[in-house]
Design a binder for this molecule. Structure first.
Ligand code: F6R
Length: 607
């Protein structure tokens, strides 16, 4: 998704902004641009393609102590040099970068065109630059920008530079994140703290409907609608610069897969309570009495976060016997959902910025429901909107596809499931068994990762396939869904997850010797059923690969990867680790862009 970074201070802005753009690359983009202010004029460079294409225009040499820069992920107007941001008014005095969508752009364009204004791009953003130029009556830039934005319907995280006002930049937010980074006599801002962690010590998140004037020595925030001042409290940056490094790994995805043992340790840290064999979740801020009143749970998220919710729903139902369902946040928010008083809603999101998940949270809150957030990014919009929940503490996830945050989200839901279970029928011994298994989880994950070569070999047998099935039952089905999502996202191989029980109701027709099936085969009470599914596929000549546990009965498959049995509720999580590596190695064999798969963005901040 689009990224914004801005700088004002005592140093040359361009190198800092170019570095910031590189930090935003992971989010996915199709063009980039920069505007630097100096001596009453702006210098602009923008280009379709990668940041290295922009660098060919040598923007890093532009002189000036303030500037704004942008990575674009096209929404209105195809990716092109002219549609890349920043966008300027006709005089070239004002430049704007923008994330989000201006819904009334067509009407505003028509009105501006009637006044003789010619457009130089097809974007919605350009209207804002022209509106600002028209409305500038010499008032403070912040009030001119606010007046322009009051004419705009839609979402924005937006930054404005005015060549005539070299001591300030203005940023505004409505539905798309903007945060300020406070440095040493310099200020930065961005749509993602990754862009400025190296230069800032603390952070301030703008809220929707806020506008800020940013100067080298500080900032002022106001409400966009009536101009009243707002009070913000900076917080320390949680993730330092090193956390964003790839280290010796070739891809962020592989690094983040390797991060998992440590990430899970951090998710667990301080949350296991061996005295009562339960878990301690201070952030949920709900007393035992409130939790006992919960009769139903609904978990919301998108993509892998939704699938983590499916796995978590199984855990909660098994351990706490509370009816629990996961649903895609994007579907939930549009079906006028019934919000029940005795239902606990949980939003799962790595970034804490996914638009559909945020909208679902807002819909629940509007109707008086209670929502907990299971979120990785501290201070993100969903985390703040929920105000209570469980932080994953997984560290930054840079690869577009989620790996460690999927695992940590399921672990967080397991912590909640144990907590709810211990308030109900889960015994002391049951709690002790699960806590011991959670503590052992990081070492088990590390042991699986050490056997990467086995998976890499298996992956060669998938590399030439066009289609694959991922099959599982109950919790195994959630893992099949996640395995298939990873494979399709990074290897572009068509992978379809199906409940193993449903295969004979249709998809069996697609089984051929060229269509491999991956079956998630925990040794649970559905093992015999899953073995029957394997027979069905084999009888139609389909190759079958299993992720399973060591056992006495040989499983009649064409290849398998065995992981140790830990405890039934957590075994599916372990079975997922080889599937992450499988997707990674298939994508390697197919020479795909693993960290930035085509058409995808990290954090989907538009509808
Ligand atoms: C899949 C993936 C996406 C995200 C989804 C939600 O590997 O990364 O499907 O899971 O876009 O993102 P968050 O968790 O940031 O809300």
């Amino acid at each position: 998704m689009c990224g914004i970074v801005g700088y004002i201070g005592k140093r040359q802005a361009a190198p800092i902004l170019m570095e910031g753009l590189h930090r935003l690359e992971y989010r996915g983009y199709d063009s980039a641009g920069i505007a630097i202010g100096n001596k009453g004029a702006l210098r602009l460079a923008k280009r379709k393609g990668k940041i290295r294409d922009l660098e060919e225009l040598k923007p890093q040499r532009f002189k000036g102590m303030l500037g704004i820069a942008h990575t674009r992920w096209a929404t209105s107007g195809a990716p092109s040099d002219r549609n890349a941001h920043p966008h300027c008014d006709a005089s070239g005095r004002y430049a704007v970068v923008h994330n989000g969508i201006i819904e009334n752009a067509a009407a505003l364009r028509a009105q501006l065109a009637e006044r003789g204004i010619a457009f130089s791009s097809e974007t919605d953003t350009e209207v804002v630059a022209h509106l600002i130029a028209l409305m500038d009556d010499g008032s403070p830039l912040e009030s001119v920008v606010s007046a322009a934005l009051r004419l705009v319907v839609g979402t924005y995280g937006l930054a404005v530079i005015d060549a005539g006002r070299a001591d300030q930049l203005v940023v505004a937010r409505n539905g798309s994140p903007i945060m300020l980074g406070i440095g040493d006599k310099e200020m930065l801002f961005a749509s993602d703290a990754a862009a400025f962690v190296r230069h800032a010590a603390s952070i301030v998140h703008l809220d929707d409907g806020e506008v800020a004037t940013v100067r080298a020595d500080g900032y002022e925030t106001r409400r966009l609608d009536d101009g009243t001042s707002t009070v913000k409290t900076p917080s320390a940056l949680v993730w330092k610069d090193e956390a964003y490094d790839k280290g010796a790994f070739r891809h962020y995805m592989r690094k983040e897969i390797a991060d998992q043992p440590e990430a899970v340790r951090r998710t667990l840290s301080g949350r296991l309570d061996p005295r009562f064999q339960t878990t301690h979740l201070g952030g949920i801020e709900l007393a035992a009495r409130d939790l006992l009143d919960v009769n139903r749970i609904r978990i919301l998220g998108c993509g892998a976060a939704y699938i983590a919710g499916v796995a978590g729903a199984h855990l909660i139902e098994q351990l706490a016997r509370i009816p629990t369902q996961a649903e895609q946040a994007s579907e939930f928010r549009y079906r006028n959902p019934v919000i029940e008083k005795d239902t606990l809603y949980i939003a799962v999101s790595q970034s804490g910025e996914t638009f559909d998940t945020l909208a679902a949270v807002q819909e629940i809150k509007r109707k008086g429901g209670r929502v907990l957030g299971i979120v990785n990014v501290v201070g993100s919009t969903i985390a703040r909107e929920c105000s209570r929940g469980i932080y994953l503490r997984a560290g930054p996830e840079i690869a577009v596809v989620s790996t460690k945050t999927f695992t940590c989200s399921v672990v967080a839901l397991a912590l909640l499931a144990i907590n709810l279970g211990r308030l109900r029928d889960l015994s002391h011994a049951g709690g002790a068994r699960l806590l011991a298994a959670l503590e052992a989880l990081p070492d088990h994950i590390a042991a699986i990762l050490a056997r990467e070569a086995e998976i890499a070999q298996l992956a060669q047998r998938f590399a030439r396939a066009q289609h694959a099935f991922y099959l599982g039952r109950a919790a195994g089905y959630a893992i099949a869904q996640e395995g298939a999502l990873k494979l399709k996202e990074i290897s572009y191989l068509h992978a379809e997850a199906y409940p193993a029980s449903e295969l004979k109701h249709g998809p069996l027709a697609l089984i051929t010797p060229e269509t491999p099936s991956v079956i998630v085969l925990p040794h649970d009470d559905l093992l015999a059923k899953n073995l029957a599914t394997i027979d069905e596929i084999k009888a139609r000549g389909g190759p079958v690969f299993a992720v399973t546990h060591p056992g006495d009965t040989p499983v009649p498959v064409d290849g398998s990867f065995v992981v140790p049995k830990l405890t039934p509720e957590l075994d599916p999580l372990l079975l997922n680790i080889p599937l992450q590596l499988l997707a990674y190695h298939v994508a390697m064999a197919r020479d795909c862009d693993i960290d930035q798969p085509r058409n995808l963005a990290k954090s989907v901040t538009v509808e």
